[in-house]
Write a new protein. Structure first.
Length: 74
């Protein structure tokens, strides 16, 4: 499982390019978990329209906090 966060420039086109690259490496997902970033959601929606496919989007406002807690020492 790969966890990546777009941070430098969070725009729709960058999110779509990253999604295409991830799909090329890992295959098309049926569900994508993202934070509340509007750019990520817009990029995924644009990809699904252009490729006539269905990908469910599950948004979690605090997803970045949850991922960061994964790196803490236990």
């Amino acid at each position: 499982m790969h966890r990546i966060m777009l941070t430098v420039k969070r725009d729709k086109e960058a999110a779509k390019r990253y999604l295409i690259k991830a799909i090329g490496r890992n295959g098309k997902p049926s569900l994508i978990n993202i934070d509340k970033s509007a750019a990520n959601k817009a990029g995924i929606n644009k990809y699904t329209k252009e490729n006539n496919t269905r990908i469910k989007i599950r948004q979690c406002k605090y997803l970045n906090n949850i991922v960061e807690q994964d790196h803490r020492f236990l």
